[in-house]
Design a protein around this ligand. Structure first.
Ligand SMILES: Nc1ncnc2c1ncn2[C@@H]1O[C@H](COP(=O)(O)OP(=O)(O)OP(=O)(O)O)[C@@H](O)[C@H]1O
Ligand SMILES: Cc1ncsc1CCO
Length: 268
């Protein structure tokens, strides 16, 4: 029986999350983490990245804007995080659509041990080696079994896999759950997936190594916060939604999560 109290631990421990973020998502991810009660900093500077890792409780590697020496900075950060024993999250933005990114993510996956890979269907299908049509940073389209994609990513890379969309699917080698909350406004908000990955990192940072459970709690908090944010808005109020999401991340409590959450445990 979950008590949905890990958000309180994020607020009290204030873990510092280091992102190698993309230029589109950087400010929103930082704002969301602060609202949640975590601390964050962002860097793409190779000279400082290993030192920053030693001062952080989790690392997010986001492939959204891979410029300059970003790949080697990511490799150094990821390896340093593995040495330090802090969780590392991969957000493989756009790998389903862009061949250069596929090459780069392959190197990252060979060299770094990820705790969580969080992406949409097109991104995770690519990492699972399953056919899908993705043309941008959104999910694209396909008919493959989403459970199979998620479980295959978890199995191949020995981590938690979280496939996001109208239904979120979370798997590791032994567990499988789905969560169905959120709002249709989420895909209209720039970088709502990138912030989701950062929120997962904050929960992983305070999880004492219980990564699957922490990802389920992070997902529950994020999508229920989104559902509450949308409840008083008209469907076109996307701008208001992004601000209301930050407000709800700051105020959400375990009772609200427990009351609203629609979770299905498929494999315990
Ligand atoms: N149709 C929907 N209904 C409800 N919630 C949704 C819907 N689509 C996405 N979400 C929620 O939006 C959040 C972000 O997931 P999404 O799959 O859109 O990420 P993404 O494609 O990586 O985003 P981005 O690349 O824009 O940062 C998740 O919490 C997910 O539950
Ligand atoms: C639109 C976009 N382009 C690169 S990253 C990003 C944010 C959503 O992934």
């Amino acid at each position: 029986m979950r008590t949905w109290q890990l958000a309180d631990k994020v607020r009290s421990n204030k873990p510092r999350i280091l992102h190698i973020a993309n230029t589109v998502a950087a400010a929103f991810s930082d704002a969301g983490l602060r609202a949640l009660g975590a601390r964050s900093w962002l860097s793409v500077n190779e000279a400082e990245i290993e030192e920053l890792v030693t001062l952080s409780q989790a690392l997010v590697i986001n492939l959204g804007s891979l410029q300059g020496k970003a790949l080697s900075t990511m490799l150094n950060a990821g390896k340093a995080a593995n040495r330090a024993g802090i969780p590392v999250v991969l957000d493989p933005v756009g790998v389903g659509a862009i061949s250069a990114r596929r090459q780069q993510v392959k190197i990252l996956l060979q060299e770094i041990r990820f705790s969580l890979i969080r992406g949409n269907a097109g991104e995770l299908a690519q990492l699972a080696g399953i056919t899908w049509r993705a043309k941008g940073v959104d999910a694209g389209s396909g008919t493959a079994d989403l459970f199979h994609i998620t479980q295959e990513v978890a199995r191949r890379y020995g981590c938690v896999a979280l496939l996001s969309g109208a239904t979120d699917i979370i798997a590791d080698e032994n567990h499988l759950v789905t969560l169905q909350n959120g709002s249709a406004m989420f895909p209209k908000v720039t970088a709502s997936g990138c912030l989701f990955s950062a929120v997962c990192a904050a929960f992983l940072a305070v999880s004492d190594g219980r990564y699957f459970s922490a990802c389920v709690e992070a997902c529950a908090v994020y999508i229920v916060a989104g559902e509450l944010a949308a409840q008083d808005l008209q469907p076109s109020q996307y701008g208001e939604f992004s601000l209301a999401l930050l407000d709800r991340l700051a105020s959400i409590d375990s009772a609200q999560v427990a009351q609203k959450l629609n979770i299905t445990i498929i494999q315990e």
